[in-house]
Structures are given as structure tokens and as C-alpha cells.
Write a protein that binds this ligand. Structure first.
Ligand code: FPP
Length: 252
């Protein structure tokens, strides 16, 4: 999938955000609207994820992060949690080899504490296999909560300071960010949330400080490359100022 050297991909990537993150919302409502079990919505959500990864790569996006299971999702009924865990296993087992063949590097963010051993092993194997790939980096947020991630980063710094390995004055934004789960991945330029909801839901709170947001009413199982392109078009029309003035000189 690393098409960075061919002309078509260069054209596609013009003005494309480097890092896009997606809150894949609306699987349950998609299923309920059709009289189907919620698990079927998640299954169709996995298909949407597969086609959107391919579309993101074709669009020249370099980092693509998806929110697949939050640390709060354990509160859902047992059957739905099991369905989501099965989908994660299926995704990692069935798709890692193909993504590896397509030069995709896979990362997982979120806490691994308390996860089943087989899941921990699958995540580690999939990361290790694809670690040296140079194409799209896919970051899958699983058992992820941003406040938990920030707390774990803070604890690691406090532990280093308490052990005398780190001077408190040395803690700056860059050092803090490097202790987050994917500390080497740049901040998202664009965060997309599907299904019409307009909140962050404990996703990338630190990293999304200056991200652009696009909210679409489309339920995630219906999402495809056209919707991604619409979001990218919207992003290209935005004037990112990072707290300063616009490139044209005014605050616009
Ligand atoms: C939110 O929809 C979506 C989730 C909680 C799970 C997202 C999972 C997938 C897209 C597929 C699985 C992918 C992997 C890699 C495991 P919701 O259930 O909250 O929908 P609702 O708001 O309509 O109820």
C-alpha cells in the first residue's frame, strides 16, 4: 500500500492531513434500525473499517487511528462485549498478514492490563510483524481511555523523578507526549466522528488539542471512501491557526 512514490498517490496526497483519527460510532443504531442484533452492526463496522483503511492509504494519509473499544465499553452487556472481543481477534488474525503485505505498520494503544493472554499475544505479534513497515501506520485504540493514558504517562514520569532518573524541570510537552502510548506518532490533524454525535468520548484528549473536527451523520457501517473524501475536502477548506493568525495574515 505504500504508494508514496507513484504519481497517482502523490496527487491524492496533496493537501491531505498527515494523521486522521476516527471515532467509529453508530454501529448499534445501524443494526437496531434494521431489526438486527447490535453485534451485526459491529460486524458490518469491521467491513467499513477495512474499506476505510484502504481509502485512507489511497488518499495519501500516513497515520490512521481508530477507536475500536473504549475502557468504558466493558459496561456493555456481556454478549456485546464478547462480540467486540471476537471481532478484534478476527481482525488481528485475519487482516495482519494482508496489511503486512501492503506495508502497513500496526500499533495498538490503550491499556493491556487485564486483557486475555491470547489477545495480548495477538496484539504484540501483529505489532512485531509489521514494526519495520514504511507505509501507512494504523493505530488501533483498544481498551483505550485518554484520561487513563494520560495518567499512565504521568505515573511513569513521577516514577522516574522519584527514582532520581529525571529532574522535574526537564518535564516539558515533548517529554510528556513521548510517554503516551504511541509517543512517536504525530498528533491527529483531523478527527472524524460518525453518527451525528459531537463529543470526544475520552479519545486522544492530549493529542487532539489543535485537531480539526468533522462530524458526519453517517452511521459507521455505511461509511466508505466517499465519506472520507468529503471529510478531507472539508479539512482542506479549514484555516488552521494553532492559536496564531491565519496564513493570510488575519484572524478570519
Ligand atoms: C460505536 O458504536 C462503536 C464501537 C463501540 C465499536 C467499534 C468497532 C468496530 C467498528 C468494529 C470492530 C473493529 C475492531 C478492530 C475490533 P456504538 O455501538 O456505540 O453505536 P450506537 O451509538 O449506535 O449504539
Amino acid at each position: 500500500m505504500d504508494g508514496s512514490t507513484d504519481a497517482a498517490s502523490r496527487h491524492a496526497s496533496e493537501g491531505a492531513p498527515r494523521h486522521v483519527a476516527v471515532i467509529m460510532d453508530g454501529n448499534g443504531r445501524w443494526a437496531e434500525a434494521r431489526g438486527l442484533p447490535r453485534a451485526e452492526g459491529h460486524r458490518r463496522g469491521l467491513e467499513a473499517l477495512r474499506r476505510t483503511i484502504a481509502a485512507a492509504d489511497a488518499a495519501g494519509i500516513r497515520f490512521f487511528t481508530v477507536y475500536s473499544f473504549s475502557s468504558e465499553n466493558w459496561r456493555r452487556p456481556t454478549g456485546e462485549v464478547s462480540a467486540l472481543l471476537s471481532l478484534l481477534r478476527r481482525f488481528v488474525r485475519a487482516d495482519t498478514a494482508e496489511m503486512h503485505a501492503n506495508n502497513v505498520r500496526i500499533r495498538y494503544i490503550g491499556s493491556r492490563d487485564g486483557l486475555d493472554h491470547d489477545i495480548k499475544a495477538l496484539l504484540a505479534e501483529s505489532e512485531a510483524l509489521t514494526a519495520r513497515n514504511t507505509g501507512l501506520t494504523l493505530v488501533v485504540a483498544f481498551n483505550y481511555g485518554s484520561r487513563d493514558e494520560i495518567l499512565r504517562a504521568a505515573k511513569s514520569l513521577v516514577a522516574d523523578a522519584a527514582a532520581g532518573r529525571l529532574a522535574p524541570e526537564a518535564v516539558d510537552e515533548a517529554l510528556f507526549a513521548s510517554r503516551l502510548d504511541a509517543g512517536d506518532v504525530p498528533d491527529p490533524d483531523l478527527v472524524i466522528r460518525t453518527s451525528g454525535e459531537m463529543r470526544l468520548s475520552n479519545f486522544l484528549l492530549w493529542q487532539a488539542a489543535y485537531s480539526e473536527f468533522v462530524f458526519t451523520p453517517v452511521w459507521w457501517p455505511d461509511f466508505d471512501g466517499r465519506h472520507l473524501e468529503e471529510a478531507l475536502d472539508e479539512y482542506r477548506r479549514r484555516d488552521r491557526r494553532f492559536g496564531g493568525l491565519s496564513a493570510s495574515g488575519g484572524r478570519s
